[in-house]
Ligand binder design. Sequence first.
Ligand code: 4AD
Ligand code: MG
Length: 455
Amino acid sequence: MREAATGTQVTVMGWVRTRRDSKQVSFVAMNDGSTVANLQIVIDTANADEETLKRITTGACLSVKGQLVESQGKGQSVEVQAQSIEVLGDSDATYPLQKKGHTWEFLRDTAHLRPRTNTFGAVFRIRNQMAFAIHKFFHDKGFVYFHTPLITSSDCEGAGQMFQVTTLDLENLPKNQEGKTDYTQDFFGRRTSLTVSGQLEGELAATALGAIYTFGPTFRAENSNTPRHLAEFWMIEPEMAFYDIKDNMDLAEEFIKFCVQWALDNCMDDLEFLNKMIDKELIERLKFVTTHDFVRLPYTEGIKILEDAVAKGRKFEFPVFWGADLASEHERYLVEEHFKKPVILTDYPKEIKAFYMKQNEDGKTVRAMDVLFPRIGEIIGGSEREADYGKLMQRIEELNIPMKDMWWYLDTRRYGSCPHSGFGLGFERLILFVTGMANIRDVIPFPRTPGRAEF
Ligand code: 4AD
Ligand code: MG
């Protein structure tokens, strides 16, 4: 609600959160979504229209004219003494957000209305601030915001977790001479999918414009029902010419710290609310991250620490050995129990990382970097890129990646190749961290997960 000096006439519009009646007065808590704080409307019931009074129920939308006065009650500094009230939209007893204490699951089923709750209002206001912070950070550094396509025929991460895009009639698929689906008859004349990452096109841009970033939706058909995975999420992918892995780590650390500091500087009301209602250590944790250096550690060292822990009796669900892909429980052990700080793990075995990462001299590891965060596990994944045409080709052949789809990507290494690096930040994982929310489904307005795409 816009700021106005006490004593002035105001017209305020918003939705009724609660109503409380005493003998001659009704107190209505109204909210217009601009802040977590409600505005108290005081109605002198003796002088109010009875029909209108009946219509002031939880969920209804009101326009109230009145005087802004200093509040006589506790809990707010100002309130509005109503002079006239118009009900813009009625609500009734079937309004799903009647009482407090709904389960998260119920609120997910009510995703069309949950932004009207205090918690989701706070989360989505913070999400908005974070999107702005991201653009601000890169814009101020001179990075170019570059748009990469959502429909693509290349699987950047090579994990085969793509959603197919087709206009072919699935009941009646055209066949080629080999009896397989004839994609030359599909809309794009080829088989296409939704992108899992904008990186490959981002590299084309970085090797032309210098430093770029993308910020857009990303799709992964991985069937993982975890509190950290979505089938549709947003990713920020900076890509920089002339950056090596160290420059890449410095940027990632500076970037996350900037975003978290932005929340502390611009979202304190909402953070204080979430700190009270959701996670008592939230603000402390955010401050900690902005004021401490991240640990930087090679994967091999990380595995040693985990093996030591296992030897001392620490139990993990998934096995620990050199070559294993780390599970979230391993990442969180390093961050939350061993170092008690964010950790950047580098130089992973090449077998568990994507084809484009720069190969180390040892022939076993690649110049990967994952940023691991408390409560989240992996928040950023990135690497220095393999700039050498021959080495990259060799890896593509080893992994049997269809060459004809990759010709345009290889041209970056064929013509004026340069050292370059980049990373991807999962936007919702950042929002999870900044809000203290426990489930990724609760930090995106309309989550897409296996079996669910309503709203
Ligand atoms: O580690 P990932 O797969 O890296 C890439 O896609 C690279 N192309 C990035 C780059 O170097 N340009 O994904 C990057 C980040 C992860 O660290 C995680 O935060 C997030 O994206 N992420 C997901 N977030 C929500 N749901 C999912 N299913 C996610 N998969 C990855
Ligand atoms: Mg990753």
